[in-house]
Design a protein around this ligand. Sequence first.
Ligand SMILES: Nc1ncnc2c1ncn2[C@@H]1O[C@H](COP(=O)(O)OP(=O)(O)OP(=O)(O)O)[C@@H](O)[C@H]1O
Ligand SMILES: [Mg+2]
Length: 226
Amino acid sequence: MRGIFVTFEGGEGSGKTTQLKLLAKRIRTSGKEVIETRDPGGTAIGKEIRTLLLHPGSVPIDAATELLLYEASRAQLVRELIVPTLSRGAVVLCDRFTDSTLAYQGFGRGLDLNLIRRLNRFATDGLAPDLTVLLDLDPGIGLTRCRRGASADASTGLSTESSCWDRIEAEPLDFHQRIREGYRTLARENPDRITVIDAGLGMIEIEMIVWNQFTRLQDRSGYAIS
Ligand SMILES: Nc1ncnc2c1ncn2[C@@H]1O[C@H](COP(=O)(O)OP(=O)(O)OP(=O)(O)O)[C@@H](O)[C@H]1O
Ligand SMILES: [Mg+2]
């Protein structure tokens, strides 16, 4: 039986990692196998690529190189981890996936959206999430959350390893605004897959909305949590 594939999307500091961990905990408590991963990352090759992307060194990374590195990491993640995990009937929760590339490299950097769609399809071998949780937040608020990051995480006990502060600082606010609008466009284009949640709500409130969406998906797909 095929498992369930859920991705978390949204701007920097919107709460993706927090909500992924909260959903993983609930699924695990219900007795089901769940794998938490992230894109880029998630495999040994992906981790090396992630390091390259986040710390490219002294030479600026070209937008085309950046796009291909994201897709390369994704190709490995899908084949090495996601597909085998889904094949044994487990749940996969992934922190960012194909929509991030459309939002950041497409709407953000202005690369051709159709080219990115084709590269996404090639990298994923056509695999699409069953559910995408889009955490929609004003980038200014995300920025404030990133600043507070470490201390807030200490109070919740959830380590989210947020490293968004550097990346927010490196780009003008209108870059992040374009990403937010891009994500909203993707949600309008994929209403059955993408659920938009107001990320300004409290953590627990969002957790309940995500859990409801997940259980509805389970019911629809006839996938029983034991
Ligand atoms: N609903 C919420 N309300 C207020 N603060 C929140 C909420 N959700 C998460 N936070 C806090 O905001 C910060 C960023 O959260 P988190 O790391 O989960 O976001 P992220 O989207 O994964 O960020 P990044 O883009 O860096 O990966 C953390 O300190 C977290 O505790
Ligand atoms: Mg995160």
